[in-house]
Design a protein around this ligand. Structure first.
Ligand SMILES: Cc1cc2nc3c(=O)[nH]c(=O)nc-3n(C[C@H](O)[C@H](O)[C@H](O)COP(=O)(O)O)c2cc1C
Length: 171
């Protein structure tokens, strides 16, 4: 099996992270992979905001938790979050961002870095307290967020997960 297939087949969502910073060069490689994801008509209207400050991640999680009514919400305390945003009027912004996120997850896994999709920002990205933080991070007001990637070195090895989706070949 080649290394790409092996990474795809072994990647799992990681929800418990070590308190250990990621290497800058790894993060740069991951972001390069995000930028190489497919996008509809090649428009690439996305922006990627990489937050490496644990304090700022906590601050955003707190604002999200308050907007969601979830006390103690912490996005699993990752080392880094990557927020892909996209123009709210882009008809394919959600799909484009999802492709970029998958590239991020796979690149991270190939480098031994754990990751998970965090969905909650999509529901609260326009709540005033959350939007005000996004503005501080230079995410344009005309951008929305569909999901973000939480990253860090995982605690322990995840077990494989049974795949139950159906595949049918018509020949
Ligand atoms: C659109 C989408 C939203 C998701 N949202 C969350 C989330 O908010 N929190 C979370 O822990 N995992 C989230 N996940 C991760 C899934 O729960 C996970 O991919 C699934 O359980 C399969 O496990 P695996 O990634 O380890 O293969 C999301 C995944 C997708 C594709």
């Amino acid at each position: 099996m080649n290394a790409t297939i092996e990474t795809i087949l072994s990647r799992r969502s990681i929800r418990s992270f070590q308190d250990k910073p990621l290497k800058e060069e790894d993060l740069k490689t991951i972001m390069d992979c995000a930028l190489h994801a497919p996008s509809a008509r090649g428009l690439q209207t996305w922006k990627f905001t990489v937050i490496e400050s644990r304090e700022k991640i906590q601050e955003l999680a707190k604002a999200m938790g308050e907007a969601l009514g979830r006390a103690g919400y912490d996005m699993y305390q990752p080392q880094v979050i990557i927020i892909p945003s996209n123009e709210r009027t882009s008809p394919y912004g959600m799909e484009d961002n999802a492709c970029a996120l998958e590239n991020i997850f796979l690149a991270a896994a190939s480098l031994g870095i754990g990751s998970v999709w965090i969905n909650q920002l999509r529901d609260v990205c326009d709540e005033p307290a959350v939007r005000s933080l996004l503005r501080e991070y230079h995410i344009p007001d005309e951008h929305v967020v569909y999901g973000l990637a939480a990253l860090g070195y995982g605690n322990g090895e995840p077990a494989p997960k049974e795949r139950i989706g159906k595949v049918e070949y018509i020949r």
